[in-house]
Ligand binder design. Structure first.
Ligand code: NDP
Length: 503
């Protein structure tokens, strides 16, 4: 919704846009120039409770769960079509709020559409099974939707990550309360308008913007949820798990990462450098599977650092809404300060800045939260920069001598989300892939994503997977039905004594 040339959104509850009960709004800033670009209704506990009530009522009483499965599928397809038709406009909404270049954000809308289309295909394919047992009972299962799903989503891929959760939940027949990140809420909130236009019944998708510790926490704490999903930081995951744990709410978490890019000495160096630049600096390095550590064989180490520095020095920084821009600012002042703090500390710890490391020059860039793409060499494994998630445009280049050492460095972190392996030796590629503790491994590539692949990690990167054939079952539970088919009745107490079958 656009009012007076600025953007403003209310809360989507029961199919209607309405202000927060307090009447409060929070502002969204453009990280490129500090301008306030939008006002969002600021939900508190009572608004979130109202949204869950609406989702619960839509699940129990609405047309959604009784609708023919193929009709649900058509609605998901329509959402996909609208997203694709409006990809430039939706991409722009993201670029002005999270600073990612429009070339990235608008292109990502095709991935959003693909999630809706992929899961649309499941609407009429969720089926149970018949279960043979030793008795003469006829046993079968049906899969039932979990009910209201709470979804907490981040700002770095606002629409895509929301869609990775919304599409399968809808396909399974669940209803939803979505709380997007306060930093980039525009595109996931616009998804509400798109869903209504596509014919989604009221109350099926509710969207409550607000602050994590208030709106997010209230959603996590609501005992009416059938499932809670979070994509966000590991610390948020731990806090949310505690809150939701009191209600035994089933959880699915996609959390932080610290992906290694392992480069062996038999590789085509240009390909590996190009791949590492993409892995490390797409989205200004603000992705969970960012190639934040290039683990490079000693024999090519110096050459790699020099070629990577040369490569990233050519990345065009600028206004994220300009199609020519290749890298925008980071999302916020807090992020900017945190990332520069990491670089400064790494430098004090003895790391060498091979490229970048500071705010770039240039009048156009002076008001934005820009940080040069930064390449650090001389990083040791025990430095915080090699262990913690920086979530910014910084890559550490770490040397190794043997394959065992490469694997050990790659695994020696609290996270286990993504990893890429660059080598021309097929046996080595698969051998190393098996030893890496990560949910997603790319060989001679990085950051490839498709709705058919399972996405998720081990250790502090969370649990559960998003996407893939299996994932649809994460939104349903089997219900077992046991039918006695024998003509005679059953009387346990007629023949007392041991030796009979009890169950
Ligand atoms: P946050 O953890 O800060 O926030 C994620 C969501 O949780 C937001 O909606 C946030 O609201 C909400 N939230 C924050 N605090 C609480 C709380 N106490 N209770 C309930 N909800 C809360 O993550 P970011 O948005 O900063 O995203 C970056 C992080 O996400 C990185 O660590 C990144 O690795 C991870 N990520 C993981 C992915 C994966 O697939 N594994 C993919 C993408 C990102 P608000 O914004 O209002 O604070």
């Amino acid at each position: 919704m656009t009012h007076n040339q600025s953007i403003s959104y209310d809360l989507l509850i029961n199919g209607e846009w309405r202000p927060a009960k307090t009447g409060k709004y929070f502002s969204v800033e453009n990280p490129f120039n500090g301008e306030i670009i939008a006002q969002m209704a600021d939900a508190d506990e009572s608004d979130v409770a109202e949204a869950v009530k609406s989702a619960e009522s839509a699940f129990n009483n609405g047309p959604w769960t009784s609708m023919p499965n193929s009709e649900r599928s058509k609605i998901l397809w329509r959402i996909a079509d609208i997203v694709e038709d409006r990809s430039m406009e939706l991409g722009r909404l993201e670029s002005i709020s999270n600073g990612r270049p429009i070339s990235e954000t608008s292109s990502q809308m095709s991935v959003v559409a693909s999630y809706f289309r992929y899961f649309a295909g499941f609407c009429d394919k969720i089926q149970g099974s018949t279960v043979p047992t030793d008795s003469s009972h006829f046993n079968y299962t049906i899969r039932v939707p979990l009910g209201v799903v709470g979804q907490l989503t981040p700002w770095n891929h606002p629409m895509m990550i929301a869609s990775k959760k919304v599409a399968p939940a809808l396909a399974a027949g669940c209803t939803i309360v979505l709380k997007p990140s306060e930093w980039a809420p525009l595109s996931p909130t616009e998804l509400g308008n798109i869903a209504l236009e596509a014919g989604l019944p009221k109350g099926v998708l509710n969207i409550v913007n607000g602050l994590g510790p208030i709106a997010g926490k209230s959603l996590a704490a609501d005992p009416r949820l059938g499932k809670l999903e979070l994509t966000g930081g590991t610390e948020t995951g731990k806090a949310v798990a505690q809150i939701a744990g009191t209600n035994l709410t089933p959880l699915q978490f996609e959390l932080g990462g610290k992906a290694p890019v392992i480069v062996f000495d038999d590789v085509n160096l240009d390909d590996a450098v190009n791949g590492c630049a993409f892995a490390s600096f797409i989205a200004s390095g603000q992705t969970c599977i960012q190639g934040s550590r290039a683990v490079v064989h000693t024999s090519i180490y110096d050459k790699f650092v020099s070629l990577l520095s040369e490569k990233v020095s050519a990345i065009k920084l600028g206004d994220p809404t300009n199609p020519e821009t290749q890298m925008g600012p980071v999302v916020s002042k807090q992020a900017y300060d945190r990332i520069l703090g990491f670089i400064e500390n790494a430098s004090s710890d003895g790391a060498k800045i091979a490229h970048g490391g500071k705010h770039p020059q240039g009048t156009l860039l002076k008001d934005g939260y820009f940080i040069e793409p930064t390449v650090l060499s001389g990083v040791r494994q025990n430095m915080p920069i090699a262990q913690e998630e920086v979530f910014g445009p910084v890559v550490c280049v770490i040397p190794f001598d043997t394959e065992e050492e490469a694997v050990s460095i790659a695994n020696d972190i609290p996270y286990g989300l993504g990893c890429s392996i660059w080598t021309s030796n097929v046996s080595r590629a698969h051998r190393v892939a098996q030893k890496i503790v990560a949910g997603i491994i790319w060989i001679n590539d990085h950051h490839r994503l498709h709705p058919a692949i399972p996405w998720g990690g081990f250790k502090d990167s969370g649990y559960g997977r998003e996407g893939s054939y299996d994932f649809i079952h994460e939104y349903t539970a089997p219900k077992y039905v046991c039918v006695r088919v024998e003509p005679e009745g059953f009387d346990w107490y007629a023949n007392p004594g041991p030796g009979q079958r009890l169950n």
